[in-house]
Ligand binder design. Structure first.
Ligand code: AMP
Length: 281
């Protein structure tokens, strides 16, 4: 696997691949890689000739400095893991090389209501930062395909909106959530949980399953209120939101939709760690 720290060298490598008509699949990450990320690499491997991962903890998408400062970093393990999973190249840029470059132009767009609900409302500026870095990576890499995980459901919708806005023909693949054997959605942030918190974190997934089980017998708001109250009673657990939304629009549901269109999204602080998950039913 090729490891690139420089944009120029990466561009040289990609140009040589494009010259011989290889397709490029991009997997953007913030590192601290795990099996969730590897599922994206595997999906990219199936669809692309050349798989490129990026590792960059993007300061612009953190609304909270402490969260950024304590974000886990494990570059050597990450490189090893990517190599084992047959990734062809990884790009590990510095902040300066991206945002400090002479030809850098900030990319901005109006994300509309998507930026004002759920993660957008709770983390001001987060999606602008995401869109900016992903757009910049597109400009550098010019992928044919890009792979995102459905664990960050709203992020996928935001990137799809951006692709639409710039009239891009990059094809986005939505990749399913990978879970630990007990159901906890795998996340780099899980590393920050102590043992007790790790047990408590399981409540996110269990709540999603309960809501799925109880759906139709109870109305939407009653379920949201009941589970929010129940979780908030647990020590060291604070619900940021539980929302039940239309899976196509992320708009709040007042009544249940047909099967496969109901999406429950959850964000919870377990101790100081903020975790998210979602389930479609
Ligand atoms: P991150 O490094 O957290 O920015 O994530 C990079 C990509 O991996 C994003 O598209 C995430 O949605 C995806 N991802 C993270 N965790 C998982 C998971 N458990 N299952 C599937 N995709 C994931």
């Amino acid at each position: 696997m090729e490891v690139f720290y420089s944009k120029k060298k990466l561009a040289g490598f990609l140009d040589s691949q494009k010259e011989i008509e290889k397709t490029i699949g991009l997997v953007p990450t913030m590192g601290a890689l795990h099996e969730g990320h590897m599922s994206l690499i595997k999906e990219a491997r199936e669809h692309s000739d050349i798989v490129v991962a990026t590792i960059f903890v993007n300061p612009k998408q953190f609304d909270n400095k402490e969260d950024f400062d304590k974000y886990p970093v494990s570059i050597e393990d990450d490189i090893r893991m990517l190599e084992t999973n047959e990734c062809d190249a990884v790009f590990i840029p510095s902040e300066e090389s991206l945002y400090g470059a002479d030809d850098y132009r900030a990319f901005e767009m109006d994300l509309g209501y998507l930026d004002k609900i759920l993660e957008g409302a709770k983390r001001p500026g987060h999606f602008n930062g995401v869109v900016e870095i992903v757009h910049l990576l597109f400009e550098i890499i010019h992928p044919d395909f890009v792979f995102f995980g459905m664990k960050d459901y709203q992020q996928v919708m935001v990137i799809e909106k951006m692709l639409n806005y710039i009239h891009s023909d990059i094809l986005l693949f939505r990749c399913p959530i990978v879970r630990e054997s007990d159901g906890l959605a795998i996340s780099s942030r899980n590393r920050q949980l102590n043992r007790t918190e790790r047990q408590l974190a399981l409540n996110l997934h269990l709540t999603l399953l309960d809501i799925k089980d109880e759906y139709k017998k109870t109305n939407v708001q009653t379920l949201i209120d009941k589970h929010t109250e129940r979780l908030n009673k647990l020590k060291n657990v604070v619900v940021d939101y539980i929302e039940i939304a239309d899976s196509d629009t992320l708009q709040h549901l007042n009544e249940w939709k047909s099967a496969g269109k109901n999406l429950v999204l959850i964000a919870v602080f377990v101790g100081k760690v903020r975790l998210i998950d979602n389930l479609l039913f």
